[in-house]
Structures are given as C-alpha cells and as structure tokens.
Ligand binder design. Structure first.
Ligand SMILES: [Zn+2]
Length: 402
C-alpha cells in the first residue's frame, strides 16, 4: 500500500473504515458517530469522517477515568486484548492480537533494517508500551531483538559488543550517550543503523551520530496508535503509515488543511481493536504531497513543530502540569514551585525550583523522590527564596533544538 496509486489506496482505506465502523463494539465511538450524523453505510469517502469532532489526547484520560480501564473505547471484547499498558496521564493503552500490532515493521524496512539484523531496543518495557511496540515490529521483520530498556549503560555496552548488534532502536540522545561511553572505554561496536523516535532529532545530533558510521532515520508515533510516520532513505520528511488516515487539521475548526500549512496531526488508525477515530495527537506538523525519490506514494510529515495543549514530552515521556500539582498538593511545606525543561548536551533536563516555608536538604530529597515516582523521570530540585521563583505553578519548555 505504500506504493499504491493514491486513488487505489483511498478505496482500500474507505472500505476498511466502513467495516470497522459497522462492526465496532465501542460505545464511545457509536456516540461520536451519531453526534456527527454518520452511518457506515452512507460513508462515500474517508473525508466524510471530518464531521466527527476531534478526540484529543488530553480527553482520553478523563474518558478512561470515568469507566476504567478503557472507557468504552475498545472496539472488541476485553478478552481479545493481549497486553495492557499504562502511559503517563494515566492513559491505558491496549495491545490487540496478532504480530506487530503497532505496525512498525514498514518503518524499520524504510530505515534499512533487514531480517537477520540484531537490534537492541532501548525503550522501557515496564508499564509503558514503547519497548514492546518496537520489539514486535523488529521481530515481525525477522530481527533478533535485545530488550535492553533504558539505564544500565555498562551492561548495555557489554551486550552490544558481545552480541555484535547491528541496529539500535531508541531515543537519539540515549544512543549518543551510549556511543560516547563506549568510545571512552575503547569498546568497538558493530552498529550500522539506528531507528530513533519519541524525541526530536536535531540535525546536529544526526550528523554527530552518522559521523561514527551509523545511519540514522527517525519515526513518529504515539502509545495510543503506534506508528504514524517514518523517514525513508531520502530523509526529507516522514511518510505517513499507509493503512492510517493522517490529516493536518486547523486547531480552531478541526478541519483538514491543505498541504504546506501547519496544524495538528489528527489520525484515524484502521484498527478494529482500538478505533480512535479522528484522534488529535496534540503534535503540530505540515504535510507535503510532493513526490519522493524513494517511490512511496504516501504523503510526508515535515517534522514535528511543537505541541498543542499542555502535555510536554521529556526524554520520550509525556509530563503534564497536573502531575506536578499532585506531587505538591501532598507537600504542604512547599509554598510554590516552577519547572523548566532545557537541553544540555543533546539531553533533556527537567529542573524544578521550590520555595518552602521551612526548607532543608531533607525536603529537597523528598520532593526529588516523589517527582521521580510520579513522572518516572529523574529531575534536579533546587530550593530558592520565593522572590527568585518566576512563573510559579508553571511547567515551561525552554529547549533549543539545533
Ligand atoms: Zn520517500
């Protein structure tokens, strides 16, 4: 389908969409379709779906909380779910039956991976779906995988060297850190390809990694829907996944925008298990329909140009201001707080400033531990006089990507 003529692809997508809408057991989806006055039988074209209001990622948390774990969003009985995960929010993510449920295999092929590659997966395998997601795609392609997770760099470098791993799948910043460490220890690695995701890939970082003889290509997706888009060897934007409807929508009207205009990435995965119709990712991008030298006919997303809404991605994980509010609500001695994310040596740093009625090193340690538990991220905490604390109660993004 990646190479199909656009008219042919539209026809395939429309008939799959029609079948999913007709058979879905999702009460939530049925309400949304009824509100938009859509019936599967009358659907003439996939664009008819644009009368359905966008379902925002920020809303998922509330919908699921009202009827945990999936809030009427599942399209199949719970007995068909293979695994379930919890992403920050919390938002619960299902994994349905079958191999490569999140459809990353095509992205790995585009990134130059092959059957027989030995791929180290440096994403978490605990609670959040990222590790399993990429592992399934690499296994579907015929790679041997090393489910390494994040952390334990010493053992990971040893495993990379002993296994002769040829491919890396993970955050680009984490790969850079591993390569620095391996070089400092004089350990030679056999890595040829890196597939990176979950954080921006600045050009300077791509150049730095490729200078070490490793080809770097990136992909884009979410815990909710899996793969959305990926780069081909031309590295001139990310082709949208062939079996998914991907629109760039006006953030006010919710309607699709023409190619070349910036808006929110809104997707409809043709997935009967979790039919998130018109799912607003909160990520901003631009679509290009210019032909690509690789021959794929799917349009391309020209990078992720920031976020709509309050969620912010730090080292590949979403964090929300309400999570910080929860932490500080349980610590009455902290009078006020402010958090800022910056970029230091190709790595995200989260710094939290606190002003307290009676503060000492013990309070700083307590705050650090609670933030780590709630956000699943290490951050630095600093006690400051309240007059020095600017933007109280806010989480700010001051990262510069260059
Ligand atoms: Zn291409």
């Amino acid at each position: 389908m990646e190479y199909s003529a656009p008219g042919e692809r539209e026809e395939q997508l429309r008939s799959r969409l029609q079948a999913i809408l007709a058979e879905s057991q999702s009460s939530h989806l049925q309400h949304r379709l009824a509100a938009a006055e859509i019936t599967p039988a009358t659907l003439q074209h996939t664009t008819d779906l644009t009368s359905v209001a966008i379902l925002r990622k920020d809303e998922l948390r509330e919908i699921q909380a009202a009827a945990p774990p999936f809030g009427g969003l599942l399209g199949v009985p719970m007995s068909e779910i293979k695994r379930m995960f919890q992403s920050p929010g919390p938002i619960y993510d299902p994994q349905g039956p079958g191999a490569d449920y999140w459809a990353w295999e095509a992205a790995f092929v585009a990134a130059g991976l092959n059957a027989g590659d030995r791929a180290i997966i440096c994403f978490s395998f605990h609670l959040t779906p990222a590790g399993h997601m990429f592992d399934e795609g690499a296994r579907a392609l015929g790679c041997m995988t090393i489910p390494a997770g994040i952390g334990n760099q010493e053992q990971q470098i040893q495993t990379l060297a002993h296994s002769g791993a040829t491919a890396y799948i993970g955050l680009p910043s984490y790969l850079n850190a591993l390569l620095d460490k391996a070089a400092a220890q004089g350990v030679a690695l056999a890595l040829k390809n890196a597939f990176v995701s979950a954080e921006p890939l600045p050009q300077s970082l791509r150049v730095a990694i490729e200078a070490r003889g490793i080809n770097v290509q990136q992909g884009y997706g979410t815990a909710d829907v899996g793969c959305i888009a990926y780069e081909c060897a031309a590295k001139n934007g990310m082709h949208v996944r062939a079996d998914m409807l991907v629109d760039i929508c006006d953030t006010v009207t919710g309607l699709p925008l023409p190619a070349g205009e910036i808006g929110e990435v809104v997707v409809t995965p043709l997935n009967p298990v979790y039919p998130l119709v018109r799912f607003g990712t909160g990520d901003m991008s631009i679509l290009s329909d210019a032909p690509c030298p690789c021959g794929r006919t799917t349009p391309r997303l020209l990078g992720i140009q920031g976020r709509l809404g309050q969620g912010m991605k730090v080292r590949g994980l979403f964090i929300y201001p309400h999570q910080l509010q929860v932490v500080f609500a349980g610590l009455p001695t902290v009078r006020t707080w402010s958090a800022v994310v910056t970029r230091v040596k190709h790595r995200d740093e989260l710094k939290v400033l606190i002003a307290a009625n009676k503060g000492d090193a013990e309070l700083v340690r307590q705050v650090t531990d609670r933030l780590h538990t709630v956000l699943k991220l290490k951050c630095s905490v600093e006690l400051v006089p309240s007059r020095n604390l600017l933007n109280p109660g806010q989480l700010r993004d001051e990262r510069v990507w260059e």
